[in-house]
Design a protein around this ligand. Structure first.
Ligand code: 4NP
Length: 159
C-alpha cells in the first residue's frame, strides 16, 4: 500500500502529515506494509527541508522531519500511489485536474479520515505559531483514522 500526502509547497502540511502518519503506522505495527511520501503542487521549495516552524512543532510531539526534502507532484505519482491525499480543496482540484484517465488511486481530502467531511488543513505558512499546532492536531486525528482504514483494507487482502 502506498500513500502520498499533497499540499501546496511540501514544506509545512504534507511533510508534517508524512511524519505523523509514519509514527502512527509504527505504533500500529504496519510500517513495513505501507510506503509513505509527500509532495507539493508547486515547485517553489523543491529540495528544501520542512519549514522550521513545522519542524519545531513536530519535534515537540516527538516527530523528526529533518530528513525530508520537498518535491513536486509528478505524473507517475498517479500510478505509483494507492492514496493521494490533499490538504485543502485547491490541492484536491489540482490533483483531479492532473489525474490521467483510468487512474485507480483514491484521490480525496486527508481530513475525511478524521471524520471531518469536506474540511481542509488550513495553510499555516503566513500565520503565527498557533497555526502550526492546529495543523498538527488536525493531522494527528486524520492519521489515526487513515491507519484504521488501511488496516481494514490490509486485513481484507490477507483473507
Ligand atoms: P504548505 O505551505 O503547502 O503546507 O507546504 C506553504 C508553503 C509555502 C507556500 C505556501 C504554502 N508559499 O507560498 O511559498
Amino acid at each position: 500500500m502506498r500513500v502520498l500526502f499533497v499540499c501546496l509547497g511540501n514544506i509545512c502540511r504534507s511533510p508534517t502529515a508524512e511524519g505523523v502518519f509514519r509514527l502512527e503506522l509504527e505504533r500500529a505495527g504496519l510500517a513495513h506494509r505501507v510506503e509513505v511520501d509527500s509532495c507539493g503542487i508547486g515547485d517553489w521549495h523543491v529540495g528544501k527541508s520542512p519549514d522550521s516552524r513545522s519542524a519545531a512543532a513536530a519535534r515537540r510531539r516527538g516527530i523528526d522531519l529533518s530528513e525530508l526534502r520537498a518535491r513536486q507532484l509528478a505524473a507517475d505519482d498517479f500510478q505509483r500511489f494507492d492514496y493521494l491525499l490533499a490538504m485543502d480543496h485547491d490541492n484536491l482540484e489540482a490533483l483531479r485536474a492532473q489525474c490521467p484517465d483510468g487512474c485507480r488511486a483514491h484521490i480525496g481530502l486527508f481530513l475525511d479520515f478524521a471524520g471531518h467531511s469536506d474540511r481542509a488543513v488550513p495553510d499555516p505558512f503566513y500565520g503565527g505559531d498557533q497555526g502550526f499546532e492546529d495543523v498538527l492536531d488536525l493531522i494527528e486525528a486524520a492519521a489515526r483514522g487513515l491507519v484504521e482504514a488501511i488496516a481494514l483494507r490490509l486485513e481484507g487482502t490477507q483473507r
